[in-house]
Write a protein that binds this ligand. Structure first.
Ligand SMILES: Cc1cc2nc3c(=O)[nH]c(=O)nc-3n(C[C@H](O)[C@H](O)[C@H](O)COP(=O)(O)O)c2cc1C
Length: 302
């Protein structure tokens, strides 16, 4: 099910969400061979960072809560990974983060020179310039970081947004105005908390964490719906997508590509092929195409 996205031909419209399977070439290649059209790397940061203490991930049955804390070797310590990836035969989306506009720019410029096909800005992490605030909840800071990064990279820029924004559509519009080529929505929802009632304490070592998987799908669908109204650039829709029908739903909200993260845990690495086939089957049964159903939920039903 070939799809063109920002001028690149992808063999399926399914994206691997950032952070779920790491940055190793072998694993990114394996997901691509299993029907993922665009593997996204784990977010790369400005400095080595260990992440939070265990436990960092808890399976809640209808999704997960995680506080891995953006562990990263730091962009300067990934030579082996870049070397391996330089000989790849598949596209990659390199996700990056920073604690300030300057850090984002430094990481983006370096990563861009390594030749990824796209760069995704994870603007859902704390911004030290603004006392721990998140870039992606404020239209002006989102605009500033996208505009600054856009000047130093040579590949299309994707802005990844957080559902914590009170008005995610205005953030998406600010990113588009600043030069973003696409929007990716959503990052994890929350934060949430799980308390063990016997020990009377939060289960995650970091106490609070982001929610992912089926339980957040309605939030993701609403966010993509709102963003589609506000921008004309393509949207990667993700958050709780596990089946072809989930994918169809988020495409009807306005997504061009569909991301999968937590569902890899529930359906295995073949989830990409499975969801692609389920989309094809649904489209065939309804005698329609992806293009025809994209944004269909915005049209009035007669
Ligand atoms: C364990 C874990 C690690 C994640 N790490 C990152 C990350 O490094 N960068 C990022 O932008 N999103 C990260 N995410 C968010 C996912 O990319 C995705 O946006 C979110 O989980 C919603 O999609 P899903 O419900 O299909 O998992 C992570 C999610 C999980 C569960």
């Amino acid at each position: 099910m070939q799809t063109t996205f920002l001028g690149k031909i992808l063999h399926t419209p399914i994206v691997l969400a950032s952070g779920v399977l790491g940055n190793n070439k072998a694993i990114l290649e394996r997901v691509w061979e299993n029907g993922c059209g665009l593997p996204t790397m784990k977010s790369i940061g400005p400095a080595p960072r260990e992440g939070h203490k265990n436990p960092t991930v808890i399976d809640l049955g209808n999704g997960m809560i995680n506080a891995v804390g953006l562990p990263s070797p730091g962009y300067l310590n990934m030579e082996e990974e870049w070397q391996e990836l330089s000989g790849r035969t598949f596209p990659i989306n390199a996700s990056i983060y920073g604690g300030s506009v300057d850090e984002f720019v430094r990481v983006a410029e370096f990563v861009s020179a390594k030749g990824p096909d796209f760069i995704e800005l994870n603007i859902s992490c704390p911004n030290s310039d603004k006392h721990g605030m998140i870039f992606g909840v404020n239209a002006q800071s989102s605009h500033d970081v996208v505009a600054a990064v856009k000047k130093v990279i040579h590949v299309p820029l994707i802005a990844k947004l957080t559902p914590a924004a009170p008005d995610i559509a205005s953030i998406a519009k600010a990113c588009e105005d600043a030069g973003a080529d696409a929007i990716c929505a959503i990052n994890t929802a929350g934060p949430g908390m799980v308390i063990d009632i016997e020990s009377r304490s939060p289960v995650l070592a970091f106490k609070k964490g982001g929610l992912s998987g089926p339980m957040i799908k309605p939030i993701a669908v609403r966010c993509v719906y709102d963003i589609f109204k506000a921008v004309s650039i393509p949207i990667i829709g993700l958050g709780g997508i596990s089946t072809g029908k989930d994918a169809i739903e988020i495409i009807m909200a306005g997504a061009t590509l569909v991301g999968i993260g937590t569902a890899v845990r529930y359906r295995g690495i073949s989830v990409f092929d499975k969801v692609t086939n389920e989309i094809s089957d649904w489209l065939a049964a309804h005698d329609t195409t992806m293009e025809k159903i994209r944004g269909a939920a915005h049209r009035e039903v007669r």
